[in-house]
Design a protein around this ligand. Structure first.
Ligand SMILES: Cc1cc2nc3c(=O)[nH]c(=O)nc-3n(C[C@H](O)[C@H](O)[C@H](O)COP(=O)(O)OP(=O)(O)OC[C@H]3O[C@@H](n4cnc5c(N)ncnc54)[C@H](O)[C@@H]3O)c2cc1C
Length: 392
């Protein structure tokens, strides 16, 4: 009988498994159930996989600080006897662009970021922005923030595989099956039930099911987990004009782009109240590219008027509808059921710190490194948002 069952073996479930197995004071066994071992439909294989320090919640900045340290030393952490995984980490910087209406929000966020140790530079007014980034059309911009350190991007699928492989080498068992039900005794979960009907008793159960988290919570008897799959499409484009290699640009329109291979990746982050309803299909919304992305790209970067859209994919953010922040730690009443859910588009970079923190709270009942208790389920039960405004 495993001591810990983890439902979902994406980057989050695998990071939790790795850190549990690594802990010398935890002697329990860990089993990860993964319904899609190819990861074809897992967010972790379809992510833009970038890391930034520019968040609005101090705890998210602390999480990214540790994330950067871990991600830039993956061969040290996740290597196995000379087999050093390469997640292709690329140092880069996030450039956030704002117009007049966004200036007050930019000012407020900058204070939080600098107070939290994030190094961010600032340019005010179209002339200053155009001087610094001459390839941009800055005429309708009022402010630009650019990260100075600890940002970049990497191969998210390679990171997921590396966590998984290292966890297995440390004794974690992976099983290629879905968990479809749980058995409860009062406020205690006593077993998970697999799709083949096997009953798997354990001491603790972790919901790391990504976009399916709400359904996993529901079969555990926990209703209304405010996590919903929301469609996001990514387009790969090529252009004859060079793309800035070291920047991930977030335009004031919500359009983002960053260099990738010979071209660039781009997509759209819908503003508050603009998101599509819940959706679980993987179809690419090509109309989004024609009607929104291309015009906003060409407006911001005149050289993007001539681009060729080469490929695209659809996937989902596991959006936390309460506040766009993750939900972490045990349920207040069903105390052996743990959440690692609702990453709202920033779970890839958070996997090292979240994996470590979740392992701490499962094994020791308390966070020992970064205190992640602000992300606890209590705020969901109380309807008390911890709002993250920097959602891309
Ligand atoms: C387009 C896009 C771009 C993104 N860009 C970034 C970025 O730049 N930076 C960043 O930090 N984050 C980014 N993200 C978010 C990030 O990729 C996710 O937060 C992260 O991958 C979530 O990992 P996960 O393990 O929670 O979910 P997943 O990778 O979805 O893993 C969950 C796993 O659970 C399995 N599962 C589900 N239900 C069950 C069940 N009942 N039984 C067994 N297994 C089950 C699924 O098969 C899946 O493999 C992006 C996401 C998208 C969609």
């Amino acid at each position: 009988m495993p001591d810990v069952v983890i439902v979902g073996g994406g980057v989050i479930g695998s990071a939790i498994a790795y850190f549990l197995a690594l802990d010398p004071d935890f002697n329990g066994s860990v089993t990860v159930f993964e319904r899609d071992p190819s990861y074809e439909f897992s967010t972790s294989a379809r992510s833009v996989a970038s890391i930034r320090q520019q968040f609005s919640t101090p705890e998210n900045i602390a999480i990214s600080r540790y994330g950067y340290d871990f991600l830039t030393q993956v061969p040290y952490h996740l290597g196995i006897e000379g087999d050093a995984p390469d997640i292709q980490f690329h140092e880069g910087r996030y450039l956030f662009l704002g117009d007049e209406s966004q200036q007050a929000a930019f000012n407020k966020i900058l204070t939080v970021q600098r107070d939290s140790g994030a190094e961010v530079d600032r340019f005010v007014g179209p002339e200053a922005i155009a001087k610094q980034f001459p390839w941009l059309n800055a005429e309708d911009l009022a402010v630009a923030h650019v990260g100075l350190s600890r940002e970049g991007w990497f191969d998210g699928y390679a990171l997921t595989r590396a966590f998984r492989k290292k966890a297995i080498s440390l004794g974690v068992e992976y099983r290629d099956e879905a968990i479809t039900d749980f058995k409860r005794d009062g406020n205690c979960i006593i077993a998970a039930v697999t799709s083949s009907g096997e009953v798997v008793p354990a001491g603790s159960f972790v919901n790391a099911a990504g976009g399916r988290a709400r359904w996993v919570a529901e079969v555990a008897g926990i209703a209304d987990l405010p996590v919903s799959p929301r469609k996001r499409c990514v387009f790969y484009c090529e252009t004859r004009n060079p793309v800035p290699q070291d920047l991930l640009v977030i335009d004031n329109s919500g359009t983002y782009f960053r260099a990738e291979g010979k071209g660039f990746l781009c997509g759209r982050s819908p503003g508050t109240g603009e998101d599509d309803p819940e959706n679980t299909d993987f179809d690419v919304a090509y109309d989004q590219f024609e009607e929104y992305l291309w015009p906003t790209l060409a407006h911001r970067v005149p050289a993007f008027e001539a681009i060729k859209q080469v490929s695209a994919w659809g996937c989902h953010y596991a959006m936390c509808l309460l506040d766009a922040n993750s939900i972490l730690g045990p349920h207040p009443d069903v105390t052996n059921f743990y959440f690692a859910n609702g990453f709202s588009g920033h779970g890839m970079q958070q996997s090292p710190a979240v994996g470590r923190g979740m392992a701490e709270i499962i094994a020791h009942g308390a966070y020992r490194s970064i205190d992640l208790s602000v992300f606890g389920y209590d705020r969901v039960a109380a309807g008390r948002p911890l709002e993250e405004t920097e959602v891309i």
